[in-house]
Design a protein around this ligand. Structure first.
Ligand SMILES: *Cc1c(COP(=O)(O)O)cnc(C)c1O
Length: 393
C-alpha cells in the first residue's frame, strides 16, 4: 500500500496524532476500536441500511451527454448532490454516529465553519436521539444564518466561539476543550479527512462507499470498473478521498485534485494549499498548510465556504508530494462560470465547491474515449445568494 495509510497512522511523511497529552485517552480509545467496530457485521448492516433508506444511496453515476459533447470526452457525474442534506458529508456523519453508539457515547460534539458539517452532524443526532453541541465561530454564526437555523431546528445547541478570529480554528479549539473535559461520554465528529489519526482513515473509509459504487456502476455502463480520470474538489479532502479510495493503488487511474485559488494563487486571498502550503501541524496531524515564515497559520479565502480551509488532509499531502494526484488551482471566477455552464448544459445547479472541480474541463484536454468521473460533491441550493450576487441574477 503505497498511497494508503500505514499501520502507524501515516501517509508517507504525513498524518500521525500530534495532540495534547490530555486528549490522548480519547483518541487512543477510538484508534484501538475503529477498525474492529467497522468490521462487525451488525455495524456494516446498519451503516448500509441507513445509507440506502435514509441517505438515498447508491447515488447515480450520470453520463453527462451535453457536457461530454462540449468537451469531446466521456464525462460521468457521481451525484453526491442527490444525497439527503445535499452533499457527501452525511456518509461520514452516519458512520461516526454509529461508531459513537458502539463505543457507548451519549453526547456528540462537532465544530463547523460554514455550517455544512454542523448540519450533517445535527441531522444524524436527531436521527439517533443524541445530544448535539456544535461549536461555531461568532463571526461564522452571523454569516451563516440559514445553517444555524437548520441546526437549531434539528435540535442542536450552537455554541459561539468568542476567542481569536472567531472562525473555524477557534471553534475547533473549543470543541477540543470540551472533549478533554468530557472524555468518557462524548464523541467528537470531525467532518473531513483531517485531524489526528485515526480520523483521516476512518472518514476516508466511510466515504469510500463513493468509489465502491463507481466501480460497479462503471462496470454496468462501460464494461469495465476503472475510469481514466477521477476529478474532485479538495477542502479537507473527504469527497476526493471517497472518490479515489478504491483506485489509490491503481496508477492507470489518474487522480485530479482541485483546490480553490480564490482571487488567484498569488493574490494573498486563496486556499490553494498544495501550491502555497508548507509542512506543519494543524488539527493534530502533520500535513501541508498555508503559513507565514514563522509558522502562523494564514487565514484562507475562497468564494466557496467548503474549500476555505488553510490545510489539507494528510492523504492529499502525500498524493501531492508523490505526484500520484495532479493538483489544479481554480479561481472564484473560473468556478462560478463552470457552475453556470453545468446549469445550462445539464439542468443541475452544483455547489460552488463542486463547480471548482467542473472548471478542470476548461483547463485541461481529455481524449475523446477517456472515461472521466467527476465527484459532484453537493447541490447549489445553499449557494444561491452567492450565484445571485456574482451573476447579478
Ligand atoms: C464541505 C464540502 C466540500 C469540502 O469538503 P471535503 O472534505 O474536501 O470534501 C466539498 N463540497 C461540498 C458540497 C461540501 O459541502
Amino acid at each position: 500500500m503505497k498511497y494508503n495509510i500505514n499501520n502507524k497512522g501515516y501517509y508517507g511523511d504525513f498524518g500521525g496524532a500530534y495532540i495534547p497529552e490530555m486528549l490522548y485517552p480519547n483518541v487512543e480509545e477510538l484508534r484501538l476500536n475503529y477498525l474492529k467496530v467497522m468490521q462487525e457485521p451488525s455495524f456494516k448492516e446498519e451503516f448500509n441500511q441507513l445509507l440506502k433508506d435514509y441517505v438515498g444511496r447508491p447515488s447515480p453515476l450520470y453520463f453527462a451527454k451535453r457536457l461530454s459533447k462540449k468537451y469531446n470526452t466521456k464525462i460521468y457525474l457521481k451525484r453526491e448532490d442527490l444525497n439527503h442534506t445535499g452533499a457527501h458529508k452525511i456518509n461520514n456523519t452516519i458512520g461516526q454516529i454509529l461508531m459513537a453508539q458502539r463505543l457507548g457515547k451519549k453526547r456528540i460534539i462537532a465544530e463547523t465553519g460554514a455550517g455544512q458539517h454542523g448540519v450533517a452532524t445535527a441531522t444524524v443526532c436527531a436521527l439517533m436521539g443524541m445530544e448535539c453541541i456544535v461549536y461555531m465561530g461568532e463571526i461564522d454564526i452571523a454569516r451563516q444564518a440559514p445553517n444555524v437555523a437548520r441546526m437549531k431546528m434539528l435540535g442542536a445547541k450552537v455554541v459561539p466561539a468568542l476567542s481569536g478570529s472567531k472562525t473555524l480554528k477557534d471553534a475547533t479549539n473549543e470543541a477540543i476543550r470540551d472533549w478533554i473535559n468530557n472524555p468518557v461520554d462524548t464523541h467528537y465528529i470531525i467532518g473531513s479527512v483531517v485531524g489526528p489519526h485515526p480520523y483521516p482513515d476512518m472518514v476516508a473509509r466511510f466515504q469510500a462507499v463513493v468509489s465502491e459504487e463507481i466501480q460497479w456502476q462503471l462496470q454496468e455502463k462501460e464494461g469495465k470498473s476503472t475510469p481514466d480520470y477521477v476529478i474532485a474538489c479538495v477542502g479537507g479532502g473527504s469527497n476526493a478521498a471517497g472518490a479515489y479510495y478504491h483506485y489509490l493503488e491503481n496508477t492507470n487511474v489518474n487522480l485530479i485534485a482541485v483546490e480553490a485559488a480564490g482571487k488567484g494563487v498569488n493574490s494573498g486571498e486563496s486556499a490553494a494549499t498544495s501550491a502555497l502550503g508548507k509542512e506543519g501541524i494543524i488539527h493534530g496531524s502533520k500535513t501541508l498548510l498555508m503559513q507565514t515564515n514563522d509558522g502562523q497559520i494564514t487565514e484562507p479565502y475562497s468564494i466557496s465556504a467548503g474549500l476555505d480551509y488553510p490545510g489539507v488532509g494528510p492523504m492529499h499531502a502525500h498524493l501531492f508530494k508523490t505526484g500520484r494526484a495532479e493538483f489544479v488551482s481554480v479561481t472564484d471566477d473560473q468556478a462560478m462560470t463552470a457552475g453556470l455552464e453545468l446549469c445550462e448544459l445539464e439542468g443541475i445547479i452544483p455547489a460552488i465547491e463542486s463547480s471548482h472541480a467542473l472548471a478542470v474541463f476548461g483547463h485541461k484536454t481529455f481524449k475523446p474515449d477517456d472515461i472521466v468521473v467527476l465527484s459532484l460533491s453537493g447541490r447549489g441550493d445553499k449557494d444561491l445568494d452567492t450565484y445571485i450576487n456574482h451573476f447579478k441574477l
